[in-house]
Design a protein around this ligand. Structure first.
Ligand code: SF4
Length: 175
């Protein structure tokens, strides 16, 4: 019986950077440096679905937390998380340890300690519009929408799993 009975849950783009908003991907595919130590330790991985990719596809713009913070989007997050939360619950009931949920700080959805806020309204356009939008962007100490929905679903089932994060700008520096 070789299994380590330990599992790490990761946000989708840690194992598939193709899900990131263009041009934010820092690697071609898998963040190998982020998962290597966990793989070497024998952990299994659960990959969460990407809420943005499954809602808006690959051609979406970068958006902020308050833009995603809408009841329909939260319902979408709940729907795509249902299977993963059931999977986590099944492992825990089976005596497995889920050592953490690894999010992506800076993301409007997957931020754990830090997320991005700021919306000027209207069309982005080009040049001045983008500069104006970017000038409003701030990082705040808060969870992203998707992580918040996940935390609520877990709490509702009486499950406690620590939330961890890598930094979106430098995913190799885990917190
Ligand atoms: S941080 Fe979250 S929302 Fe953004 S690409 Fe990764 S999985 Fe998708």
């Amino acid at each position: 019986m070789k299994r380590a009975r330990k599992i790490l849950v990761v946000v989708h783009c840690i194992l598939n950077a193709n899900a990131k908003v263009y041009p934010l991907a820092k690697v071609r595919g898998v963040h190998k440096e982020v998962v290597k130590e966990h793989l070497d330790a024998g952990l299994g991985l659960i990959q969460l679905p990407c809420p943005e990719l499954t809602y808006l596809g690959t051609n979406r713009w970068g958006m902020t937390r308050e833009q995603y913070d809408h009841s329909n989007f939260r319902s979408h997050c709940e729907a795509i998380l249902r299977a993963a939360v059931t999977e986590m619950e099944a492992f825990i009931r089976g005596g497995y340890e889920i050592v953490g949920i690894l999010g992506m700080d800076g993301s409007p959805n997957c931020g754990v300690h830090r997320t991005c806020m700021g919306y000027t309204g209207g069309e982005i356009g080009t040049g001045e519009g983008i500069r104006r939008q970017l000038s409003q962007l701030v990082m705040v100490e808060s969870q992203g929408v998707f992580m918040e929905v996940l935390a609520t679903l877990l709490k509702g089932r009486g499950i406690h799993i620590p939330f961890l994060a890598v930094d979106e700008e430098n995913p190799c520096d885990s917190e």
